[in-house]
Design a protein around this ligand. Structure first.
Ligand SMILES: [Zn+2]
Length: 245
């Protein structure tokens, strides 16, 4: 049974256990995820991410491939998004569910548990970006590993966190705090100077496009092997972190 809502929705209520037995009433609870907002252009009803948002038949998503040296098979992380308020100025993509697939079954048990919990957090709505920090701070007691490009990865869980991070950046939930133009120019200049010096002393011209110079050490701030010693200062060519002395 469907109920047509004639008036604007101005509030909502959480359904009580006694009410949930009555299916006809449960239908009227679906619009609970909406809120009324008065804007300059008039009033609009905005849907926010909420547990009661009904999953449409089809969702759009992205799949991220993770290849680690600790497993022969790659892991594929799929995050599906819900498009809220399509066609309005309040249109936004919010993550709805996550799946992780691999031929490697060693981690099956905890990975299924983790995906169920992450999906539940996604559906709760609100600021889910804390998941990224939590997952990225998990360290494997067996020790992490280095990815191509010299980036240190403390665990497989951290790598899952990183995939979620790139997804949330793509849909605009996390603002990319990359170096600004000025900082980037400074780092680029440092890198050029370092390359010139290297070329002058041992005659090898490093490739500008390649990853960070050979002989770089691990930057404590961004966990990338990109720290070089120049003019008595350790300078990271990835994040710009610098320590002199
Ligand atoms: Zn750094």
């Amino acid at each position: 049974m469907s109920i047509k809502i004639e008036k604007k929705i101005v509030g909502y209520d959480v359904i009580k256990p006694t009410q949930s037995e009555d299916n006809s009433k449960a239908d009227s609870v679906v619009p609970a995820v909406t809120e009324s907002l008065n804007t300059d252009e008039g009033s609009a009803t905005i849907v926010q991410m909420h547990e009661k948002v009904v999953r449409p038949e089809m969702l759009v998503g992205s799949t991220y491939k993770i290849k680690t040296p600790i497993s022969e098979h790659a892991f594929y992380i799929t995050i599906n998004d819900m498009l809220l308020n399509p066609g309005t100025p309040y249109e936004k993509r919010r993550p709805f569910e996550i799946f992780i697939n691999s031929k490697n079954m060693d981690h099956y048990q905890w990975i299924s548990g983790l995906t169920l919990i992450i999906s539940a957090v996604f559906r709760k709505g609100g600021d889910v970006t804390f998941l990224v920090d939590e997952l990225k701070s998990v360290f494997d007691p067996k020790g992490g590993y280095f990815k191509r490009g010299g980036r240190f990865m403390p665990s497989l869980v951290a790598e899952i966190g990183e995939a979620i991070e790139s997804h949330l950046k793509m849909i605009g939930m996390i603002i990319d705090n990359n170096l600004d133009e000025h900082q980037q120019a400074l780092v680029d200049q440092k890198r050029r100077e370092y390359n010139e010096k290297q070329a002058a002393t041992n005659g090898n011209v490093p490739n500008e496009d390649s990853s960070f110079p050979a002989g770089s050490s691990l930057c404590r701030k961004c966990n990338v092997i990109a720290s070089i010693m120049m003019d008595g200062c350790m300078t990271c060519l990835n994040c710009g972190d610098s320590k002199c002395g």
